[in-house]
Design a protein. Structure first.
Length: 173
C-alpha cells in the first residue's frame, strides 16, 4: 500500500497520477505510467497531459503526429500541414523554405516585397529588399552617398541609425 495524496492505494494494481488513483488494468490492457491525471498504456502517446491512442507518436504541443511521415511540421507547438517538401517553420506558421517567400522575425513575406533579413542591435529582425535598401540597424533606403557606419565596442560590432552619414561626415568622427 502507498499514499496518493491523502488516498491510500495498492501500488501493484493502481497508479497515482497527479493525486488521482487510476487502475493499471485498463480494459484488459496494462497501464504502466501516467499522463497528467490519466493512466497511460504502452500503446498510447502522452502529449502535454493529453492521452492519444497512437503508438510511438511524436508530440507537438498537445497534438500527436508522426514526424517520420513528413506531412506535418511542428512550429512552436503548432501542428501545420506541409504543402511542399521544402516547407519550413517560420515562427508558428509554415513557409515555402525560401523559394518565393522569406522568413524574418517569425513573419513570412513574399520575395517580391523583401528578399533579405536585417538583424537590429536589439536582436529583432526586419525584412528588406536588397536592390533598393540596405541593412543598418533596420532597413534603410539606398541613396547617393549614404552608407552605414559601424562602431566596435568591446570587440562587438554595432550599427546605429544615428550613424548614417554622408561619407565625409562619417570619416570625420
Amino acid at each position: 500500500m502507498a499514499c496518493c495524496g491523502l488516498t491510500p492505494y495498492n501500488n501493484y494494481t493502481q497508479l497515482c497520477c497527479n493525486g488521482v488513483v487510476r487502475e493499471k488494468n485498463r480494459g484488459g490492457r496494462y497501464a504502466d505510467s501516467c499522463c497528467g491525471t490519466e493512466a497511460l498504456r504502452p500503446d498510447q502517446t502522452c502529449c502535454s497531459g493529453t492521452v492519444h491512442n497512437v503508438v510511438d507518436g511524436d508530440c507537438c504541443g498537445s497534438a500527436v503526429y508522426f514526424k517520420g511521415e513528413g506531412t506535418f511540421l511542428c512550429c512552436n507547438d503548432n501542428l501545420a500541414r506541409k504543402v511542399a517538401p521544402t516547407d519550413m517553420c517560420c515562427g508558428s506558421t509554415v513557409y515555402d523554405g525560401g523559394r518565393q517567400q522569406i522568413c524574418c522575425g517569425d513573419r513570412v513575406s513574399d520575395m517580391n516585397q523583401a528578399d533579405a533579413c536585417c538583424t537590429r542591435n536589439n536582436g529583432s529582425e526586419v525584412e528588406f529588399h536588397s536592390s533598393n535598401e540596405f541593412c543598418c540597424n533596420g532597413a534603410i533606403r539606398k541613396g547617393m552617398d549614404l552608407f552605414c557606419c559601424y562602431l566596435r565596442i568591446n570587440g562587438e560590432l554595432f550599427s546605429d541609425d544615428d550613424l548614417i552619414f554622408l561619407l565625409s561626415k562619417c570619416l570625420n568622427i
